[in-house]
Ligand binder design. Sequence first.
Ligand code: FAD
Ligand code: NAD
Length: 501
Amino acid sequence: MAEETSHYDVVVLGAGAVGENVADRASRTGLSVAVVEPALVGGECSYWACMPSKALLRPGDAVAAAQAVPGADAAVTGRLDPAAVLARRDEVAAHWDDAGQVAWVEGAGLTLLRGHARFTGPRTLVVDGADGTERVVTARCAVVVATGSLPVVAETFATVRPWTSREATSAHRVPERLAVVGGGVVATELATAFADLGSDVTVLVRGGRLLTGAEPFAGQAVARALADRGVRVVVGATVTSAVRDDAGVHLDVVHRAVDGAGNDTGGPERLTVDEVLVATGRRPATDDLGLETLGLRPGGALEVDDRLQVAGVDGGWLFAAGDVTGRTATTHQGKYDARVVGDVIAARFDPRPADAGDALGGPSRQDEAAAVPWSRYRATADTAAVPQVVFTRPQVAWVGRTQEQAAHAGLDVEVLTYELGDLAAATVTAAGYEGRAQLVVDTRRDVVVGATFVGPDVADMLHAATIAVVGEVPLSRLWHAVPSYPTLSEVWLRLLEAAGR
Ligand SMILES: Cc1cc2nc3c(=O)[nH]c(=O)nc-3n(C[C@H](O)[C@H](O)[C@H](O)COP(=O)(O)OP(=O)(O)OC[C@H]3O[C@@H](n4cnc5c(N)ncnc54)[C@H](O)[C@@H]3O)c2cc1C
Ligand SMILES: NC(=O)c1ccc[n+]([C@@H]2O[C@H](COP(=O)([O-])OP(=O)(O)OC[C@H]3O[C@@H](n4cnc5c(N)ncnc54)[C@H](O)[C@@H]3O)[C@@H](O)[C@H]2O)c1
């Protein structure tokens, strides 16, 4: 049943973390903004990704931290209480109730349209409501697609009701036996969490190592730590069939495995588990957006430039941000893109008198038109300095280029490494603290282009490195950034000493 047409200046598809931020910023010069969302306002991150997964990981970290300190260890001798961990996770996920975020959207002066949006032509959409209503919505100025991504699940698992990250992060029961297929960020974090909760976990990795986006030593450290906690990590593994019956899910796996002595112990095996978590990557959610009416291909990523403007559509009205672009797959980077695209739209379509932005110091039409890299209207960091933290134990944090990526880019690099366990702060933090920091230095420009930290509590060390990379701070100036004693940040001093300072 079609209703009357509603007109807005800007329409944002998706009220995930990215869509919310786009909408808020785009409205800052007085544009009317509608956000369309068929599910929970807040999207994946709040209810099925970042927040619940970190809530599942934190208790194990807290216990491990105490157990690593002689004297404190005696106070922490029990096991985690899975029911209490899951209950706290429920709270962190707001019990999958978006009332708080709806209140925020409405308080920000945005219009929330509940339903699934699809294009019927340029700047025109139909919003299908859950109650069967169809509302036509037009955008006078711009449309931003922020519909996120969906897990990739191979046909092999079609009949066994596998877990994706959604079922894992919202689970209300801890499986006795869990297989995790994949070796990326979701696989390593959730293998860690469920091992902490008491599952017998097997990780089936297609390639030769974990976390292939990071420096090789990072994945090796995580694999070692998982093995030490009784998790079986099988490399070179392919699941050839999956069947569920009353006894569980039976997986036929072919793999190669090498034992400590270098012997090949691999081969085909049948693995029976209670649940199988498929964590084999995500794909942009663009299947059913009506993109074909705009001359775009459904199903793929929406390719954008540094203004987040979609390539291949005339008129400068279509933008995309977040996971749907295939350019970024973290909340923080998606929100950075959201700030950029929101500012571009607020400035370009500013309804106020021509110089209003300049006079008030806010978004400015002239500045946007003349924008250069590193201005607020260009997502320059997406190519120069993307930070990522993996909340495994040990944590893995990196920004910018790995050694291999820097070499691939033709840079002359020097690689500086330091074992974090040799720092005074490590001695105080934990008995037998193990970790490593590595800087990739562009020797021609004398600046850091990449940094990796692996170890307990390194997540918050990353931002100093991000500032060094974004700021292109010369090593000669970094030398004057004095780290406090005894903190893990003293590693910066040791790394600079290794560079001959
Ligand atoms: C298990 C897991 C853990 C993660 N942990 C972290 C972490 O710790 N830190 C981090 O930075 N990142 C993390 N991520 C990544 C992060 O969750 C995503 O990068 C982020 O959620 C992407 O935000 P988004 O707004 O682009 O998409 P989403 O959050 O997916 O939001 C998209 C929204 O669009 C809506 N939508 C879809 N189609 C339509 C349509 N046709 N019309 C209208 N609306 C539509 C959807 O319902 C959804 O609400 C994690 C991911 C996973 C899977
Ligand atoms: N802490 C965080 O910031 C955080 C946490 C979780 C997820 N995320 C984001 O979510 C995104 C998705 O995470 P992900 O772990 O699903 O993807 P990923 O790209 O990190 O890892 C996918 C893994 O699946 C493997 N794989 C792919 N196809 C396979 C197949 N057919 N069979 C077996 N293995 C296969 C890959 O080799 C890889 O190991 C990531 O890009 C990440 O940025 C971020």
